[in-house]
Ligand binder design. Sequence first.
Ligand code: DGL
Length: 266
Amino acid sequence: MKNQPIGIFDSGVGGLTVAHAIKQILPGESLIYFGDTAHLPYGDKSAEAIKYYSQRITEFLLDHNSKVVLVACNSASSSAFDFLKKEFEGKAILLDVIDPVVDYLGTKNYSKIGVIGTKRTISSGTYEKKIREKSPSTSVVSMATPLLVPMIEEGFIFDDISNAIIRTYLTNESLAGIQALILGCTHYPIIRNQISKIFNFNVDVLDSARLVSMILRDALEKKGLLNDSGTVKDQFFISDYTPYFEKIARMFFEGEINLKKADIWN
Ligand code: DGL
């Protein structure tokens, strides 16, 4: 089991922010990444559709011997994670990207925070519900920012178009006075700097990548499943080929990217 890979999935490039953090914290582990580019964006899909995609991708990752399945997508974490836990319990370590951030917030004393995410994540109310349970004195303002994923997937980052979109969303009055902003979508750390700038770097901008990587390290350690074989092999699968995916993957993982198209929908 020790040298089996860590399975990670997202709708597209977003989960690469999580994969990258895992590589920093667990360089001895092999990754198998699945980007469901054929169904991107997940944020506009129904919970039922996302459950179906997530189930099939989890089966694919398990068929490829994953010792862990990490749902590196907030839209899938909010709509499908409970279902996946029931369906695949005992087959691998299952992790989501929402609980690590909510647990971290429980150690802080913020009075007002903001959460931004896809329409699916925000309308599920998952962050608000979980934060209310762990940090009852923190008030939460949630906002769907649906243009951000297509913008990032189309390569509009660090330019006037992305700056205008980010500014329009984040200067909304409801976010005034927040002390922290949760990036409730794994795509958003790609534009973290532009987001922080809107708040003059005075707001803690939080995402799950590092937090979930540390939880993963602890879980593997506890179960004696850390890869100590010295052999590392990363694999990247997408359900539809997009040159942009390859470009971003190369940005995060220098060198050769072993990118393959996996036809799991036929
Ligand atoms: N990166 C994903 C998330 O965290 C999915 C975004 C999308 O496909 O809409 O929600």
